[in-house]
Design a protein around this ligand. Structure first.
Ligand code: BGC
Length: 571
C-alpha cells in the first residue's frame, strides 16, 4: 500500500532550504490587540499588554507576531477601519508603545508583522473628511470612488454592487449645501470608504506607510483584502452582484461538495470588484521596497481567489498567501488528504511554501467549528498536530494554543457590523474575539481590571485559563509548545515539499514526509491499526489516550493524531 514511500531510504531534494527565509517556515502568532491583554485597565487590550506577555509568547516558541490593526480607529469594524495608518491608537498606547514592543520583541527574538489595510480608510481619515467637504470631481474626491447617482435626482446608487457586509456598496453623502449629493463606494461597512488605486497619490501614500513601519523595524505585512484594490472603473452594473459576494464567503464553501463549491467560486472570476490583474503591479512595487531592505521582509496576502493559480499569483507577487482551506475542511480523512495534496502540489508548482491556518479573527474558532466540547477540542488538537507536521509556515490565532472555543456574546454586546447589517441573521465574529482568559480567578479572567471591557469574557464560557494549563502537561498549551518546539528540534520544515504526500486508509489519514516519518490522524471514533514499514517511535501524540504499539504496528485511537519518527534516520 505504501510501496512508493521514499521514507526508509535517502532522497535528493530539489529545494535548498538553507536559502529559505524565516517566514517560509515560521510559526506566526496572530495577536488581536484589543482582546489580548489590557495593561492599563481601561477595558481594552493594548500594545504594552502585548509587551507584558512577550515571555509567554517566547515560551510558546513563536517566530513572529502579527498584530491585527492597532491604528486610531472609530471601531466600526474591529479596527479594520483605519483613521491613520501611520500611528497607534492612543488607547492602545500610541507610537511609543509600539517602539517599546518592537524593542522588547527583538530582545526575545520575536519578529513583528503589521496589518496593512489598503482597500479602504475609515470615514474618520482626514482625506475622507476633506472629500466630504469638497466639490464633486475635486481632487479630494478622486482619492475615493465618488459617483453621481442614477435617477432624475441622483437618488439611486450608481450601480447595483453589493457590500460584503450586506446591503448596497454605495452610500449617499450630504453636500455642503445641505442637499443629498454624490455616492461613495464601500465594499465593507459604510464607515470604510474604498480607496481609488488608480490615483497615484494613494500609491505613494501607501509606500510611505510601508516605509514608515519598515523604519520602525517590522519584518512584514499582512495585506488585508489583497484582492480588492482595483475596481472596474466603468462602474457598470454587475449581472450577478449577489453571486460575487457569495464567492467571497468562506462559510458557503463545502470541501465535500467540490462541484457546488466550484459553482459558487466561479463567480470570483472576472469580478468588477475582486482579483483584477492590475492589482499585482501594486504588489510587485511593494515587493521591491521589501527587497531593498532584505529578503527577510515579506507580506502575506489575505486573498480569496479562484482557481488556485489566481491565489498563488499573490504569493508570487507578495511572498505568501494564506491558504484558508484548513479553516473549512471537515475532520474527515479523505477530505483532509485531498486538501493537503492540493495545497502541497500548488505550492510546489508555483515554487512557494504553503501556509496553514486553523483559526483567525474572522471565523469560528477551530474547537467550535469541529463541534465544540471535549470532542471538538480533541479534533482541534489532532488538527494542530497534523498542521505542525506540514512544511511551510503556520499561523496560530491567539487563544488557539489554549484550545479556546468561541464565546457566546450576548446580542446587545455584539460589536461586529455583520450582526446588524445582516438583519441579525448572521451572528458575526465577536465570539472568536473575546478577551484571552489569562487567569479565571481574576475579574474578566485576568484580561483587565476594568469594570467593563470592550468585549466581555462571558461567565458561561467554558475555558481553561493559562495557570491551569501551565500546571497540566496534558493541556493544549503544552501540546502547542511541544509541537512548535518539535518543528525546530526536528527541523520539520526541512523537506522538499514534493516529498510530502497524504493518503487514506478508511478513517486514517497518513501523511508521509520522506526521510523524517509520518503523521497519522484517526478521524473516526474507533482505534485503527497501522503497519509501520520500518522501525518508528512516537514523537508526539495529540492526547493522552493509551496507544498499543510494537515494532511492526501501532494502533491509533479515535480522534487522535500521532507523529512517528523513523528510528533509522537518527544515524
Ligand atoms: C479582515 C476583516 C475585516 C475586513 C474589512 C478583512 O478581511 O480580516 O476582519 O472586516 O477585512 O477590512
Amino acid at each position: 500500500m505504501y510501496a512508493n514511500f521514499a521514507g526508509c531510504s535517502k532522497f535528493n531534494g530539489k529545494v535548498n532550504w538553507l536559502k529559505m527565509s524565516w517566514w517560509q517556515n515560521g510559526v506566526i502568532y496572530q495577536v488581536y490587540p484589543r482582546s489580548f491583554f489590557d495593561s492599563n485597565d481601561d477595558g481594552m487590550g493594548d500594545l504594552s499588554g502585548v509587551t507584558e506577555k512577550l515571555p509567554y509568547l517566547k515560551k510558546l516558541g513563536v517566530d513572529a507576531i502579527w498584530l491585527s490593526p492597532f491604528y486610531p480607529s472609530p471601531l466600526h469594524d474591529g479596527g479594520y477601519d483605519v483613521a491613520n495608518p501611520r500611528d497607534v491608537a492612543p488607547e492602545l498606547g500610541g507610537l511609543q508603545s509600539f517602539d517599546q514592543l518592537s524593542k522588547k520583541a527583538k530582545e526575545c527574538n520575536i519578529k513583528i508583522i503589521v496589518d496593512l489595510v489598503p482597500n479602504h480608510f475609515s470615514k474618520e481619515h482626514p482625506w475622507f473628511k476633506q472629500a466630504l467637504l469638497s466639490e464633486p470631481n475635486s481632487d479630494a474626491r478622486r482619492l475615493f470612488h465618488f459617483r453621481d447617482g442614477k435617477g432624475n435626482a441622483g437618488q439611486f446608487p450608481p450601480n447595483n454592487w453589493i457590500s460584503l457586509f450586506g446591503g448596497p456598496a454605495w452610500t449617499r453623502v450630504v453636500e455642503a449645501d445641505g442637499k443629498p449629493g454624490q455616492w461613495y463606494l464601500h465594499i465593507f461597512d459604510a464607515s470604510q470608504p474604498d480607496l481609488n488605486w488608480s490615483n497615484s497619490q494613494i500609491r505613494s501614500d501607501f509606500k510611505e506607510t510601508i516605509n514608515f513601519w519598515l523604519n520602525r523595524g517590522v519584518s512584514g505585512f499582512r495585506i488585508d483584502v489583497a484582492v480588492g484594490l482595483i475596481k472596474d472603473m466603468s462602474y457598470q452594473d454587475d449581472p450577478e452582484p449577489q453571486l460575487r459576494v457569495d464567492a467571497m464567503r468562506l462559510d458557503l464553501y463545502d470541501p465535500e461538495n467540490p462541484q457546488r463549491s466550484d459553482e459558487i467560486r466561479k463567480w470570483a472570476k472576472d469580478s468588477p470588484l475582486f482579483d483584477r490583474d492590475e492589482v499585482h503591479q501594486i504588489y510587485q512595487e511593494w515587493r521591491e521596497l521589501f527587497k531593498d531592505r532584505s529578503d527577510d521582509v515579506f507580506a502575506v496576502a489575505e486573498a480569496w481567489a479562484y482557481p488556485v493559480e489566481r491565489a498563488m499569483a499573490y504569493a508570487k507577487s507578495l511572498g505568501q498567501v494564506f491558504n484558508f482551506d484548513f479553516m473549512i475542511v471537515p475532520f474527515k480523512s479523505a477530505t483532509l488528504s485531498q486538501t493537503i495534496n492540493q495545497l502541497i502540489a500548488a505550492a510546489n508548482e508555483y515554487q512557494t511554501f504553503p501556509t496553514w491556518v486553523l483559526s483567525n479573527h474572522d471565523v469560528s474558532r477551530i474547537v467550535t467549528r469541529l463541534g465544540g466540547g471535549e470532542l471538538g477540542r480533541a479534533k482541534a488538537r489532532a488538527m494542530a498536530t497534523l498542521t505542525h507536521f506540514l512544511p511551510g509556515s503556520i499561523y496560530v490565532y491567539q487563544g488557539e494554543e489554549l484550545g479556546l472555543p468561541d464565546a457566546n456574546i450576548a446580542p446587545e454586546l455584539r460589536l461586529d457590523p455583520i450582526w446588524e447589517k445582516s438583519g441579525h441573521t448572521q451572528i458575526g465574529r465577536d465570539g472568536c474575539r473575546a478577551p484571552i482568559p489569562w487567569n479565571s480567578k481574576l475579574p474578566n479572567r485576568g484580561f483587565s481590571k476594568a469594570s467593563k471591557t470592550w468585549l466581555p469574557s462571558p461567565a458561561d464560557w467554558v475555558v481553561e485559563d493559562v495557570p491551569t494549563q501551565e500546571a497540566d502537561p496534558s493541556s493544549t498549551l503544552w501540546l502547542y509548545r511541544k509541537l512548535i518546539n518539535l518543528r525546530k528540534s526536528h527541523q520539520l520544515w526541512q523537506v522538499p515539499i514534493d516529498q510530502v504526500s497524504a493518503s487514506v486508509n478508511g478513517h486514517l489519514l497518513v501523511v508521509w514526509r520522506a526521510q523524517l516519518g509520518v503523521c497519522l490522524v484517526n478521524t473516526g471514533d474507533q482505534p485503527i491499526a497501522f503497519e509501520m514499514p520500518c522501525p518508528m517511535q512516537v514523537l508526539v501524540q495529540s492526547n493522552q489516550l493509551k496507544v498499543e504499539m510494537d515494532e511492526k504496528a501501532i494502533s491509533v485511537p479515535g480522534n487522535t493524531a500521532i507523529i512517528l519518527e523513523k528510528v533509522s534516520t537518527k544515524t
